[in-house]
Write a protein that binds this ligand. Sequence first.
Ligand code: SAH
Length: 246
Amino acid sequence: MGDIETPMLPLMEEIWQQTVGWQPNAEQQRQFQQLYELILQGNRSLNLTRITEATEFWEKHLWDSLRAIAPILQTAGEDKQVIDIGTGAGFPGIPFAIALPNYTVTLLDATRKKIAFLETLISQLGIQNATTLIGRAEEIGRQSHKRATYDIALIRAVGTASVCAEYALPLVKVGGLAILYRGQWTDEENAAVQPALKQLGCAIESVQAFSTPLSQSVRHCLYLRKIAPTPAQFPRTVGVPAQKPL
Ligand code: SAH
């Protein structure tokens, strides 16, 4: 522990305020710093992330996780159930849980080692509002006590848009939201994903385009509103959504 000095993350208070309409308080900033340290430590034995430089970590992990949920940060209040599907080292779910302590965040990943890492991380950070779940989204989405029980599903860097939608929508309540984190998003992709969304019982409520504040990388965020129950055949069995996308 602590044999290597971890660099300090930048504060970026003005950028938070201008681009997200929110900024971390002192306790949240402390948790971000500790999160960064624990991920760098975890990276020595687990392949958690390639993004290790402080400024890049701030931009690609912290800012990127929270920019997509700016509308939620600005109207926060009630207790809602959130699931982060394919959370990996905890993105975007951990920053979400730190930023919104009134929401309950379930961190789902198929890799046992990553979930074990997150268990320790949550307790070391003193995060009370996050829990972990090991499994494949295709299996969890078929379990009656998990299906259609979340207000919000988050999914970043797990697959194509239609695969992400098939993983996410079965878990979301009717009236709830799936937030797909994308890089590029073209009109062609937008048209191509429509039949899949229709089958899953959702519609694109909005697409937000933005660039990251330091390196000006392209980002898109798809907000999918669930408007009808997802038919029982979705999600299809393990591997099928990725092999035969809707
Ligand atoms: N969301 C994180 C990690 C992306 S890497 C980030 O943006 O940084 C993709 C992660 O999704 C991996 O940890 C992998 O184990 C997990 N994953 C891939 N397919 C999955 C599935 N079908 N169900 C659950 N987890 C899955």
